[in-house]
Design a protein around this ligand. Structure first.
Ligand SMILES: Cc1cc2nc3c(=O)[nH]c(=O)nc-3n(C[C@H](O)[C@H](O)[C@H](O)COP(=O)(O)OP(=O)(O)OC[C@H]3O[C@@H](n4cnc5c(N)ncnc54)[C@H](O)[C@@H]3O)c2cc1C
Length: 426
């Protein structure tokens, strides 16, 4: 069991690259640090499952720094609520709950995949690219299985290479971006030799797979289990046999906790100043919850936030130039892989948009706001609380989620009651 109340100098939410970097720099600056993450081990999305599943030199170096830093890490800890005024968060563990008060809070809650619905996207065998990667990391055997990878962004290549390395056959990687945007992006990689090397290594690992631009999945075989996917490239449409379709159209920043803590957000994610400070006193934000930019940018932002939250603005300032360069790469990434309009019409009238509540597109079309969509169809009211269908509705129909209500993740009633007792005036 965990103690019911804790107090800490610096509380970091998220043990991905940004959270780890923030924790290490804050500890180096002499502050007490507690890191909370809902996964079973630190590492976030890219280094999921800890060091043994992430053999890169860079991952090893950050895991080693983290272990040596003396930062306390609690895995399997999900933040479900918070109160910016009282400077505390409510944390749910598998068998208990506790409150933690902080002097400074660093949110490094990362991002999740963006799914765009098309007929058949809910049948078994169709999964998120990162979701399937996570299953393989947890032991799902894919040797000899045919996996079609589709969607957009560099994650497609990284995941396809990962599936191949685990024995899968990846016949094709379907990228929606046109070659007219991919070619200039590829030539810009020359300015980022590390990325260029990574891209070349991935292409080499995938030399047996076709890579098609302006290509996307339009329909998954509507059988009980996936047998094939219909792909389209320009005017050509064909069936690609497969056992899995791994699909994702980039990422969405996880801003819900920041919004609950009343931090301002913009189109990209949580708004921060040069020192990664949010609009809320004592709250900093780093990594992909501030915008999608890849692991390099996440680490630098984490380091800046860790230094700044510890009062070492001088050390934080030394990293601004490095961050500017990483941000240029992020901007190039965003324009190269911007989503095309045709994707808005992939879902037909009968396609389910909200998987939790089985709400189809035709029921959502007449809605003029996210609120009326929720009230009239229950879209976004299921266990995912709009995490999956919210961004879809925004892309398809331009409906923006208006507010975030606690709990940010489904929580036990006991946890919520405990929190109410804590906040009740005595
Ligand atoms: C599914 C997925 C797969 C990816 N795979 C790759 C890949 O193969 N190669 C690659 O180069 N890049 C990959 N990326 C991109 C890469 O993860 C990012 O560039 C980078 O890891 C971002 O680091 P971060 O620290 O900002 O966030 P993340 O790594 O996302 O870490 C955020 C952490 O915060 C935790 N968290 C969020 N909310 C809460 C909460 N309320 N309570 C407790 N914990 C919380 C999350 O569980 C997560 O562990 C992937 C991204 C995603 C979403």
């Amino acid at each position: 069991m965990t103690e019911a109340r804790r107090t800490v100098d610096i509380l970091v939410v998220g043990a991905g690259p940004a959270g780890m970097a923030a924790a290490v720099r804050a500890r180096e600056s002499g502050r007490g640090v507690l890191v909370l993450d809902d996964n079973p081990a630190p590492g976030g999305q890219i280094w999921r499952g800890g060091q043994e599943h992430s053999p890169s030199a860079r991952a090893s170096s950050w895991f080693a720094k983290m272990a040596a830093s003396g930062a306390q890490v609690i895995a399997g800890a999900r933040i479900v609520d918070g109160d910016a005024k009282r400077q505390c968060l409510t944390v749910e563990m598998p068998d208990s709950a506790f409150e933690v008060s902080y002097d400074k809070l660093i949110l490094a809650t990362g991002a999740r995949e963006l799914f765009l619905p098309f007929p058949g996207w809910t049948i078994p065998g169709v999964m998120g690219v990162g979701g399937l990667q996570a299953l393989v990391k947890s032991g799902l055997p894919v040797t000899g299985k045919r996996i079609v990878v589709a969607g957009s962004g560099p994650l497609l290549l990284a995941a396809a290479a990962y599936f191949r390395a685990h024995g899968a056959i990846v016949p094709i990687v379907a990228e929606q971006a046109p070659v007219s945007r991919l070619a200039p992006f590829a030539s810009r990689l020359a300015k980022h030799p590390g990325k260029l090397f990574q891209a070349a290594a991935l292409r080499l690992a995938l030399h047996r797979s076709r890579y098609r631009s302006s290509c996307w999945a339009i329909r998954a075989s509507e059988t009980e289990r996936l047998e094939s996917v219909q792909l389209q490239q320009h005017n050509r449409v064909w069936l690609e046999p497969c056992e899995y379709l791994a699909v994702a159209y980039g990422f969405i920043s996880n801003v819900e906790l920041a919004v609950l803590m009343q931090c301002q957000t913009g189109a990209a994610g949580v708004r921060v100043n040069d020192l990664q400070e949010t609009s809320q006193n004592q709250i900093y934000c780093a990594g992909e919850c501030t915008g999608i930019g890849g692991v390099d940018l996440s680490i630098i932002e984490g380091e800046i936030a860790g230094y700044a939250a510890s009062g070492r603005d001088d050390l934080a300032g030394n990293l601004f130039k490095k961050r500017d360069k990483a941000r240029q790469f992020a901007a190039a990434l965003e324009s190269a892989f911007a989503l095309r309009d045709e994707l808005r019409s992939l879902a037909d009238a009968g396609t389910i948009i909200c998987r939790c509540e089985d709400v189809t597109r035709e029921r959502l079309e007449p809605m003029r706001s996210w609120r009326s969509a929720k009230l009239q169809t229950r879209c976004g009211m299921g266990p995912c609380q709009g995490r999956i269908c919210g961004p879809i509705l925004e892309f398809l129909l331009g409906l923006h989620p208006e507010s975030v209500r606690p709990p940010v993740f489904p929580a036990r009633v006991e946890t919520l009651l405990r929190q109410e007792e804590e906040t009740r005036p005595t």
